[in-house]
Design a protein around this ligand. Structure first.
Ligand code: FES
Length: 681
């Protein structure tokens, strides 16, 4: 039996005997304990901090005496003087084993530290990015055994970090020699190794120890907005989030019109590619400025996007995606240098990873939602709806996962709505209509008060009341239905029919007046019959897509519903159900997942195993095509009624009783709107 001291690591519970004098970092490595180190034990990076515990530990069967670790040494003292070590902490590469000891590895010293997501379902992301920092001491050149600087750097990485083979671009080679000499043969390198790579690539080099961090971008490239999260590749922390409008909107609001633009204008696809790449470059500059980070430290970018955006980003003509069978140039994930996409405002050797597409009509954004929400790991049947200009819909459980995309159009985002606007200060985001008086009260973005509360007027002094945003229009239409201002077919009643002068004539139809400041030169905010029709088209497409997946799964109900998308976070679930956007379900089983596609992108940025995982999951997802499925049209027409023509909503009726007026005087027919089904896009 060995008399060597016992070292027990927590929280892993790993343990082993080591000869006295063994550095804690060495013991950790031999046991496979997750203890970080960038400098390779040279006492300069401070990543290896540990906390020894002293006393009795019956659970581990150990008593730890005072002298269980070597004395505090000069290297630790120097570090403490310079940067400060927390009380009780030691540097794992300096402290050596002298007796039995229990060592705690704090979360920030773990390489594969877990980052808890902010979203409701707190799934942790394990940090294991494709690009990492390594400090190495490189042998100096020798006239008698001549070798190149890159070869000696490669040998140092092999000997000090077990990295077998590395390659480097010419542009890196030009930095290599000055960095090595300036750092006196000590350098930090950023090494990228993708999940499919056999050879690692040195993407950056700094003389000495680089302490300014390493960053990546997770980008959700949508048809309407481009959202980016600047993420610390060591800690997983999101340093800044920023977004801008997709400049391709000037070529067409929805995807299909952009495909048409490409079909009808030679070189149109190239124009759109150029526009989106320029916008992403601008976004990179904005977000790094916001975070106060040198953009050259951004070495990786992960993209999630729908198939049309995917092709336009890559510089591929999307024309095939406009017609059946919707063939993608490739549905595989892509790993490529950022410069091939002209993304030049970050590190010149930065790498890009694009998640796989599920099918020609279901993109990498849907794959990202699947990665983030994991429907395939759910015991109960979950319906996940990512609401955007196109709705991505997933339905599944541990047995099977189905996916489709449905062309909802931009109405849910406040576009194509008469008083619609983007979610910005001044926009009405919440509304209630008194069922008796039919009077509205509302809240705007930028104020915590309702419009009938003290303080509201003061709040709106600078912003004014400017329009109604996506969540506002959904609440407005649903509230109008609850208050009996709107019948099941979606018709707005007249002042006589509804008993309120807020229902004003507008051509042959009516509109409901929410707010009128036209006397003071302000806007007149109404919900018109045209707005109701736009919302009906959008919600029917969404519901029909979900129903199609339920048919395929042979179910009439789902156990729970997750609303995803930046917009999903703001939708009132009750109002969404009154409108019939989503199938009937107990309201407490409807939750919001925030921007699940963006979260999926961040997971793939921080953890390379997640890339392999989603590539596997995507192959197993059953794709359902809405555009060519005849039943989609039937579901669409039936879903035009509010909440629905034929499907019962028993759970909803527990919460709210909907009145049943009929305003159809022959002026506007519901069937007309049913036939005006929006095209894919
Ligand atoms: S490993 Fe870098 S300071 Fe200990």
């Amino acid at each position: 039996m060995t008399t060597d001291p016992l070292v027990v690591f927590t929280p892993s519970g790993k343990r082993g005997h080591f000869p006295a004098g063994t550095p804690i970092l060495t013991a950790a490595r031999q046991l496979g304990v997750d203890l970080d180190s960038v400098c390779g034990g040279r006492g300069i990076c401070s990543k290896c901090q540990i906390t020894p515990s002293y006393g009795e530990f019956p659970k581990h069967g150990v008593t730890v005496a005072e002298g269980a670790l070597s004395e505090w040494n000069a290297v630790e003292q120097r570090y403490d003087d310079k940067r400060g070590l927390k009380p009780g902490r030691r540097l794992g590469c300096q402290a050596t084993v002298q007796g039995d000891v229990v060592i705690d590895v704090p979360p920030e010293s773990q390489v594969h530290r877990q980052v808890v997501r902010k979203a409701a379902a707190a799934r942790a992301i394990t940090m294991d990015p494709a690009t990492r920092l390594f400090f190495v001491v490189v042998e100096e050149p020798d006239m008698h055994s001549p070798t190149g600087d890159l070869e000696r750097l490669e040998r140092a990485l092999r000997e000090q970090w077990n990295i077998d083979a590395v390659t480097a671009d010419l542009s890196l080679m030009s930095k290599l020699q000055p960095a090595l000499r300036k750092g006196k043969w000590e350098v930090t390198v950023a090494v990228h190794k993708g999940h499919k790579d056999t050879v690692a690539r040195v993407v950056e080099i700094w003389p000495g120890l680089h302490e300014s961090g390493l960053y990546g971008l997770a980008i959700d490239l949508g048809s309407t907005t481009i959202a980016a999260h600047l993420t610390d590749l060591e800690t997983g922390e999101v340093k800044a989030s920023s977004g801008l409008m997709n400049p391709q909107i000037r070529f067409g609001e929805d995807l299909m019109s952009r495909v048409s633009y490409s079909m009808m204008n030679p070189g149109g696809d190239k124009e759109m590619t150029r526009a989106v790449r320029e916008a992403i470059n601008d976004l990179i500059t904005t977000i790094s400025d916001e975070a106060g980070i040198d953009a050259a430290l951004i070495v990786e970018t992960v993209f999630v996007c729908n198939p049309v955006m995917h092709h336009l980003l890559l510089g591929l003509d999307p024309v095939e995606l406009g017609q059946a069978p919707f063939a993608l140039a490739t549905s595989e994930s892509m790993s490529l240098p950022a410069r091939e996409l002209d993304l030049t405002n970050m590190n010149p050797r930065a790498q890009v990873y694009i998640l796989p597409c599920i099918a020609g009509h279901v993109g990498a954004d849907c794959a990202a939602v699947a990665l983030s929400e994991e429907p395939g790991k759910s015991e109960d049947l979950v319906l996940i709806v990512d609401v955007g200009t196109n709705a991505e819909i997933l339905l599944g459980n541990t047995t099977r996962v189905l996916a489709c995309s449905s062309p909802t159009g931009p109405a849910f985002e406040g576009a194509q709505i008469s008083s619609g606007q983007r979610a910005a200060p001044g926009a009405i985001e919440r509304i209630e209509i008194d069922p008796v008086t039919k009077e509205p009260r509302f809240r705007i973005i930028g104020s915590d008060h309702w419009s009938d509360e003290d303080g509201f007027d003061k709040d709106i002094a600078t912003t004014g009341i400017t329009g109604i945003c996506g969540s506002g229009i959904i609440e407005a239409v649903a509230e109008m239905r609850i208050a009996g201002l709107l019948d099941e077919s979606g018709l707005i009643g007249s002042a006589e029919q509804t008993g309120t002068i807020r229902c004003v004539p507008e051509g042959r139809t009516h509109a409901y007046m929410i707010h009128d400041s036209s006397a003071e030169g302000g806007p007149r905010i109404t919900v018109t019959q045209g707005d109701i029709r736009a919302i009906q088209l959008a919600k029917s497409a969404l519901y029909a897509g979900a129903r199609l997946l339920m048919d395929e799964m042979e179910v009439d109900t789902v156990d729970r519903i997750v609303l995803a998308g930046a917009f999903g976070a703001h939708i009132s679930t009750k109002h969404a159900m009154v409108l019939g956007m989503i199938p009937d379900a107990p309201l407490d089983k409807v939750s919001s997942a925030g921007n699940a596609a963006g979260t999926g992108a961040r997971i793939a940025l921080c953890n390379i195993a997640a890339r392999s995982e989603i590539e596997r999951v995507v192959r197993e997802i059953t794709k359902v095509e809405t555009a060519i499925e005849p039943k989609f049209q039937d579901h669409f027409v039936a879903a035009n009624a509010i909440p629905h023509k034929t499907d019962p909503f028993p759970e909803l009726s527990q919460v709210v009783t909907l009145p049943n007026p009929s305003f159809n005087t022959g002026g506007e027919s519901q069937a007309g709107s049913g036939r005006r089904r929006r095209r894919r896009g």
